[in-house]
Write a protein that binds this ligand. Structure first.
Ligand code: AMP
Length: 306
């Protein structure tokens, strides 16, 4: 089933203990789309400025991602983000965020993007997420990501946006903040209790400790793939989401069973682990599906329990 993603398309400047890069291709929608492209047709929607070139678009096109929903704003500047990581790669400091063309972004989806069965609302202002969700009337599965900024500044809209999707994918600390509950499972169940729609799920991203899937009556967690070297964690959450949701989309119209969601978690985990091995999109841009499958097999072996 086709997937539409709406979110940031960015230039990222990142410093980690292993080096630094200036103005790499990044953004939540880009990391998500590259990961999801292993499974199904992907439509990316978001704005860029006239500083965004063909070389950047080619990274997406080479993975057969539909870039016709990327809106180029004349005289505008592409979203820019600068961050630094210390030895604890689970913590980063954002040094600069320049919204650029995102400041006036009003998403209008093409008929093709609107018709997708699966929609991912990457981390953007929740009212924008809601306006996108409202355009996708045929969607069978919608998910969103968010961040502390929106919990602090737009909470009522964010709660409404959450209640309009099937799945929330969020960092553990932000989940606790959102629900105002100290326990991860308690916080997830609190968020699930805000809507009575059946089959909803919360995925808590736990950084180098993996991810947990919480439903009203179920729990599953998977460790991150054990890597000895992590070069740049940027985009790990979005490539996890892309792998997870891409796998769900590729199951076509099958019922979303707990087993299927667990497998989706393994695919998200595997792709995220490749993402962090190199700066920016470098590793995932040349990743092959057989490498992903091999890592999923390794994860299955590592987590098997008699
Ligand atoms: P992640 O590491 O998965 O949290 O995603 C990092 C990506 O999110 C980077 O490529 C950034 O360009 C993008 N990003 C950072 N801050 C924001 C923001 N406030 N809104 C949208 N995207 C952002």
């Amino acid at each position: 089933m086709p997937v539409t993603v709406v979110g940031s398309i960015a230039f990222d400047s990142v410093r980690t203990p292993f080096g630094e890069r200036e103005r790499m291709l990044g953004g939540a929608a880009v990391h998500f789309a590259l990961a999801a492209s292993f499974f199904d047709e992907v439509h990316v929607v978001g704005p860029v400025g006239d500083d965004f070139g063909e070389a950047e678009l080619d990274v997406l096109r080479r993975r057969n991602i539909d870039t016709s929903g990327i809106e180029r704003v004349a005289d505008g500047k592409t979203f820019f983000w600068r961050a630094e990581y210390g030895w604890d790669l689970n913590n980063r400091e954002t040094l600069e965020t320049a919204l650029g063309v995102f400041e006036r972004f009003e998403p209008t989806l093409s008929a093709k993007a609107r018709a997708s069965d699966v929609v991912f609302l990457a981390n953007i202002q929740p009212d924008l997420q809601r306006r996108v969700r409202a355009q996708c009337l045929d969607t069978r599965f919608a998910a969103l990501d968010t961040m502390n900024l929106w919990i602090d500044t737009a909470r009522p809209s964010l709660v409404k946006a959450i209640n309009e999707v099937d799945c929330v994918i969020i960092n553990d600390a932000e989940l606790r903040q959102l629900a105002d509950r100290p326990s991860l499972v308690g916080a997830a169940r609190e968020v699930l209790s805000w809507s009575t729609t059946p089959g909803r799920a919360v995925v808590a991203k736990l950084g180098e400790y993996g991810a947990a899937l919480i439903t009203r009556d179920g729990y599953f967690s998977i460790p991150a793939f054990p890597l000895e070297t992590v070069v740049d964690p940027t985009g790990a959450g979005d490539s996890f989401a892309g792998g997870f949701i891409g796998y769900v989309a590729a199951q076509r119209h099958k019922h979303l069973t707990p087993t299927l969601l667990r497998r989706a978690m393994a695919y998200g985990t595997a792709i995220a682990s490749f993402n962090v091995e190199e700066f920016g999109t470098d590793r995932v841009a040349r990743l092959r599906m057989d490498e992903v499958d091999e890592r999923v097999t390794d994860l299955r072996r590592m987590t098997a329990f008699a």
